[in-house]
Design a protein around this ligand. Sequence first.
Ligand SMILES: Nc1ncnc2c1ncn2[C@@H]1O[C@H](COP(=O)(O)OP(=O)(O)OP(=O)(O)O)[C@@H](O)[C@H]1O
Length: 508
Amino acid sequence: MNDTSEPNTTAVRLTDIGKRFPGVIANDQVNVTVRRATVHALVGENGAGKSTLMKILYGVQKPDSGTIEVDGRQVSFSSPSDAIAAGIGMVFQHFMLADNLTVLENVVLGAEKLHGSGDRARDRIHELARSYGFDLDPDRLVEDLGVGDRQRVEILKVLYRGAHTIILDEPTAVLVPQEVEELFDNLRGLKAEGVTVIFISHKLDEVLAIADDVTVIRRGRTVTTVDPKHTTARQLAELMVGSELPSPSTESSTVTDVVELSVHDLSLADPLGGRDLLTDVSFDIHRGEVVGIAGVEGNGQAELVEAIMGMRKGTGTVGLSGEDISGWSTARRREAGIGYIPEDRQRHGLLLDAPLWENRMLGHQTREPNRKGPFIDRGGARSDTERIVAAYDVRTPSIDTTARALSGGNQQKLIVGREMSGDPVVLIASHPTRGVDVGAQAAIWDYIKTARREGLAVLLISADLDELIGLSDTIHVMLRGRLVGTVDPQTVTPQQLGSAMTGAEVPA
Ligand SMILES: Nc1ncnc2c1ncn2[C@@H]1O[C@H](COP(=O)(O)OP(=O)(O)OP(=O)(O)O)[C@@H](O)[C@H]1O
């Protein structure tokens, strides 16, 4: 270790950082001091300014005011390459790996000048993996890796480029409990070797389990930095929102015997000729019922949703309220009353460069309040967007703001609000609360529970096992494109469910 790696020296100091966007002060004199070789968590409501601050530290955004010090030296970054040269790395939520290349090729890609490309590169990767306790085979294809391993490759990539401070944006959002434990082991390994980790998270229990310091940001300002050893999740949440949080309540069953969605023997071949993406998937969802699907990401959940929505053509049947809709287009399915919260909000849920009120119409152009007779009803769409913004607490300067300018969590709240509008019969919800803060999560859960009480049938896909267990009336476990078992959310624990998802015996 060199002299800059001693604990308790400062790795990063952000002082009085300010950043404005049109109509919004994203950062307002933010101050954060990150001690070297620690894990430092940033928490705050959706839109509080966490991502903006990290983009400033990574050179993606330029601050309007304030100073950045890295390793005791003042720096000014015009681009991520400046930040990387100063030893700052960032791992984003959407992994940016090439599936058809090996771990080694992915790590080295674009950084050949650093350690060469042949055996020297391989030696360096082995050395890094060993010293940080990463168990990765450099010659495996990335497409054969699970989510946890892909994340490790991303981290390795950043380390290979010489980072000694790593920023992770909501790293556990896509992981099952076992993978979260593995990630945390890796983070401890990094710390032990003098690496500093800054991470953004909405999972307050996890923050308390791994962080050495937690900085709370509220409406663009630093509230405080606390010691997690002496702070509870509830206290953190209250610091975030500046008031007390309501506690969620459990609900009794509202399941009826009317089948609203029925999926029968659904199979889907892989267009690339690999193993079938779905095999003989069958289940019903009744009026007033939430059916959860648990599975490690990449086991067919996305394909199942796309087949139900008519975006992929498989064999078997999909029925809506007793009618066979297998041959219907996606638009017709939505018109008939299927609400759809997509997994990838930026690709399928929003037109990023269109204003919020136009996004309100997306997929709902043919229905009230967006249409009057044969005409688009702009006024109706606009006033309903105002309603959603208020009801779902979408933080935005106005409904004329583009979707791109919203924070991730606020984009999600807008989509949920839109898809819950117009009394859907069935709601297909993929990760409905991904990226939203604890307050908004509780509000979305309440909306789903209320709609279920009123008869909504919900298909819930979520990597958040507490959410799956807390909302579902029944949970099917999905593995390699098949439903391999059913568990009772009343009795199953997140750990048992996590094991079942990786192929262990499904608990009775
Ligand atoms: N490029 C941009 N243009 C306009 N406004 C922006 C832009 N980026 C962020 N903002 C605004 O700045 C504020 C802070 O957003 P930021 O993404 O930093 O929040 P966050 O704390 O990371 O939220 P989340 O938890 O939802 O990801 C928000 O009001 C957002 O709408």
